[in-house]
Design a protein around this ligand. Structure first.
Ligand code: ATP
Length: 307
């Protein structure tokens, strides 16, 4: 049986006439890293605020750890760590002092949670350095530390890679992967750049203009974004034999209409064409196809990405 950490049911939020979130059904499974993708203003923060209780839905509901309302939902929210929008960091305090201040505010018992969290986010060595002197990457990790203080089972992170340089993105990815694999924390993370969540997310949700358009696994996404050579010949079965014998590959699929998707020799379409023709086949079509991540995202939301 699938265990869901978070489900939203027809979740809707309207600000006046503006529909920020439109009947969203999101499902996040236990153990997942759910990448929530959408352009600026798509509704990502709105959904996260509704989930974390920072805003109230116009209609629909949030189910967290199986709890959908009342004191159970309030209790379930205690199992969640949150970092939404600019984190409340104190610039004049060190990393440890910042965490201690948040520990007291959140009423989390035990000072050792500060030391443990500093280690988790790789800030143990920052000593007396004040947060104002931190790099953006360090600030983001400290904000993540604040969310981790209460040892949450679910982390909700709004654009934690926003503004980071490529190295910072890699560091954040490694840190989140470790928290997921070693500490078993389920993560809901948003971004407006799909490729930033690539290699991190196990599941994706694509949101556009308040509507959750699609949810898919990273495997499904990879399959959809896979590059291939599209081939159409008069005798597909014979083409399959030629590909195996002459080009030594079985990395192809023959579709019901007889067209072939060849996933190998992508940089050698001319050699593929020659082999097929030399094998006595009539070549009707042969062209490289497939989408990269960003163009897939753009095609799903119908148009260019102007994030
Ligand atoms: N408090 C508010 N009052 C009025 N409109 C709001 C409010 N919060 C959000 N909106 C509107 O709701 C829509 C969704 O905003 P939201 O912040 O959820 O988007 P987002 O995907 O998180 O984008 P961003 O990455 O820019 O934060 C936007 O059109 C925004 O202008």
């Amino acid at each position: 049986m699938q265990e869901y950490v978070l489900r939203t049911h027809q979740l809707t939020k309207q600000y006046g006439k503006q529909v920020a979130l439109d009947h969203a059904d999101m499902t996040v499974r236990k153990g997942a890293i759910y990448g929530f993708i959408g352009q600026n203003g798509a509704g990502k923060s709105t959904l996260m605020k509704l989930v974390t209780g920072l805003a109230f839905p116009t209609s629909g509901s949030v189910e967290l750890f199986g709890a959908a309302s009342g004191p159970e939902l309030v209790q379930a929210r205690r199992r969640m760590g949150v970092s939404i929008e600019s984190p409340a960091l104190y610039p004049q305090l060190t990393a440890a002092e910042n965490l201690e201040a948040h520990r007291l505010q959140q009423g989390i018992p035990g000072r050792e949670s500060v030391r443990r969290t500093l280690e988790l986010v790789g800030l143990s060595g920052t000593g007396r350095k004040k947060a104002r002197a931190f790099s953006l990457g360090m600030k983001q990790r400290l904000a993540l530390g604040v969310a981790l203080l209460g040892q949450p089972e679910l982390l909700v992170l709004d654009e934690p890679t926003n503004g980071l340089d490529p190295m910072g993105v890699v560091e954040m990815r490694e840190l989140l992967t470790r928290l997921n694999r070693e500490n078993g924390i389920t993560i809901l993370i948003s971004s407006h750049i799909l490729s930033e969540l690539h290699l991190l997310a196990t599941h994706y949700g694509i949101i556009h203009q308040g509507r959750l358009l699609e949810q898919l696994t990273s495997r499904e996404l990879q399959k959809r974004c896979r590059q291939f050579i599209h081939i159409k010949v008069n005798l597909p079965e014979r083409a399959a034999v030629v590909l195996e014998r002459e080009l030594a590959t079985r990395e192809f699929e023959v579709a019901a209409d007889g067209s072939i998707r060849l996933y190998a020799h992508l940089d050698r379409p001319a050699a593929v064409a020659s082999a097929l023709v030399a094998g006595g086949l009539e070549l009707e079509q042969l062209m490289p196809m497939g989408e990269d991540l960003e163009s897939y995202f753009a095609s799903r939301i119908g148009g260019g990405v102007h994030a």
